[in-house]
Design a protein around this ligand. Structure first.
Ligand SMILES: [Zn+2]
Length: 559
């Protein structure tokens, strides 16, 4: 027998005592479903009630129906599964959103003709001469052909537009029209470190290669979307995330992200049109001046500033350029990092740090331990992002510091390469989420989209469960493969921890914000290889239907 929660009983008591039962009845009820609550015991319920943007009760359909009054909207789930709204704990959403209405997206394309077809389609709908940009989020292994597009293929798809296609942070193909528009006639015209790629016969391919800095600088030369485009892109991107059951993101700043780039998001927030809750942190953007920059930017921005839809959370994922992707920082590099981290701790800020290799994580952890001796960081919810090959020793040090770990599906795209470099044995334990869970390190899930990965949480959830790369190679062993319940927990309650939101969201429990998604298939029982194909049929944020598809399409609140 399913027991009613204490809150439910209190809610019923309030209704009974009120002379105005109508004012006290639920705003919405969802009945006849499979509610995966993600509460402590991972309870499954049939129905739930929503009042004033929060979950009022969960229970059986019969019990919840008693909370309906004349003005209550009843949503019959017809057996469908409901989960708490997903939260990506490491998604470069603010940057992705800016160009979402103007970029071409290759996420999910499984063949080159399909990807090129999206370029062709964009060329048809945009004026001749306008830029067609694929800014990342794809990988050669996702294509049946297992290769990059050639310049000739891009020209054939869009003969009248400059086309720019970036792969990760190391390669970008430009059509001749794009070279011309950027005034690139020789290697001397490229940003420092950039090279014109040549084929084995010595002919130019049309692509530019180089280090991350060169590719970032090249991308900076592209025309930026107008402010109106950015606002439109932000709303469309959030809706796209809602379509995939996401109701929250933790945005860790990133490359090419200046204060001006936050203004579209701020406008959407001011206009009360946010459909995804955004937690954000700031990165220094000028090498050498990061400390001054961060002090200036946060002088009037206390940690926690904002509201339930948009909130500032501290620093990261990059603190200084000198310590960014640098396995051999100097003593001076480390000291500056320490000064900034200590200052952030003194300000009560959270801090999330991008670090890739466990072999060198000692340098970072030593700094955090030094800070912690002066200002305890345990209460501040600091974290490391990535660190896919985290050793038990590093995880134990993180646990001792009270730190969390945000885990992304980097191995979905990069697994084969990791396996080649580190060997199949090392690849079996990447990332070691079961070890981290045993040690007690809080885990959040996410994607690191959109330059280097897809933002689709169901791709990431499937990858958590089968360890398979985009090319279909299973590299992870069962010893580090989480259960479906745990993978979902990482993506909900786990991610909520990093912004101290686990008491507010991440599960469907009375009193929590009514953020949830009705799924197209039952995540808990369908074959694992179908998980990546799940979509939301109805997504609620704050009890408001921000996205809906058939058979619920009529319920969408198109404010
Ligand atoms: Zn990162």
């Amino acid at each position: 027998m399913k027991l009613l929660s204490a809150c439910f009983i209190a809610f019923v008591a309030v209704i009974g005592a009120s002379s105005s039962a109508r004012a006290q009845s639920a705003d919405s009820i969802l009945v006849n479903g499979k509610i995966v609550t993600v509460d402590g015991p991972f309870s499954i319920r049939e129905a739930l009630a929503i009042k004033d943007g929060r979950i009022a009760a969960v229970g059986t359909t019969a019990d919840i129906r008693k909370l309906a009054g004349a003005g209550t909207r009843t949503i019959d789930l017809q057996g469908r599964t409901v989960i708490p709204g997903l939260i990506d704990s490491h998604l470069h959403a603010i940057r992705a959103a800016l160009s979402f209405s103007t970029e071409v997206n290759w996420i999910g394309a499984s063949t080159l003709p399909e990807a090129l077809g999206r370029i062709r389609e964009a060329a048809r709908t945009k004026p001749p001469g306008s830029w067609l940009i694929v800014a990342g989020g794809w990988n050669v292994q996702q294509f049946k052909e297992n290769r990059r597009p050639t310049q000739a293929e891009l020209v054939a798809a869009a003969p009248n537009n400059p086309v720019y296609v970036q792969l990760g942070y190391g390669w970008a193909m430009l059509t001749p029209a794009a070279h011309k528009a950027l005034n690139i006639t020789s290697e001397a015209d490229l940003p420092q470190g950039g090279r014109l790629e040549k084929d084995p016969g010595g002919r130019l391919t049309g692509a530019v290669t180089g280090g991350q800095g060169a590719i970032i600088a090249l991308f900076d030369k592209l025309p930026r979307p107008t402010f109106d485009d950015q606002v439109t892109g932000t709303k469309l991107f959030f809706r796209e995330l809602n379509r995939l059951a996401l109701t929250g993101v933790y945005d860790p700043g990133g490359n090419n992200l200046e204060p001006a780039d936050y203004q579209a998001l701020f406008k959407v927030w001011r206009d009360r049109q946010m459909t995804v809750r955004v937690i954000y942190t700031l990165c220094g953007q000028t090498p050498g001046s990061e400390f001054e920059e961060l002090k200036n930017w946060t002088a009037l921005l206390p940690v926690g500033f904002g509201d339930d839809m948009l909130r500032f959370n501290g620093l990261g994922e990059r603190i200084t350029f000198a310590m960014n992707n640098n396995d051999r920082p100097t003593e001076a590099d480390k000291d500056l990092y320490y000064q900034i981290a200590k200052w952030a701790a003194g300000q009560g800020m959270s801090l999330t740090m991008h670090w890739n290799r466990d072999a060198t994580a000692d340098q970072l952890l030593t700094i955090f331990e030094r800070v912690n001796k002066e200002v305890p960081i345990g209460p501040l919810r600091w974290s490391i992002a990535h660190l896919n090959d985290a050793s038990p020793k590093s995880l134990e040090r993180m646990k001792a510091l009270g730190m969390g770990w945000t885990v992304q599906d980097a191995m979905y795209f990069g697994g084969e390469q990791f396996q080649q470099q580190a060997g199949p044995e090392a690849a079996r334990r990447v990332p070691p989420v079961e070890t981290a869970k045993r040690i007690g390190v809080p885990i959040g899930a996410g994607t690191d989209a959109h330059r280097v990965a897809s933002y689709n949480p169901f791709t990431a959830l499937q990858w958590f469960l089968d360890g398979k790369t985009v090319g279909g190679v299973a590299i992870r062993g069962p010893e580090e493969t989480p259960s479906r319940a745990d993978a979902l927990r990482f993506y909900t309650m786990g991610s909520a921890w990093f912004s101290r939101d686990e008491g507010q969201r991440g599960s469907i429990e009375p009193g929590k914000l009514a953020d949830l998604a009705v799924l197209s298939k039952d995540y808990m029982t369908i074959p694992v290889d179908q998980v990546a194909g799940i979509e939301s049929l109805l997504t609620m944020v704050n009890g408001r239907v921000v996205y809906a598809a058939s058979p619920f399409a009529a319920l969408e609140d198109k404010r």
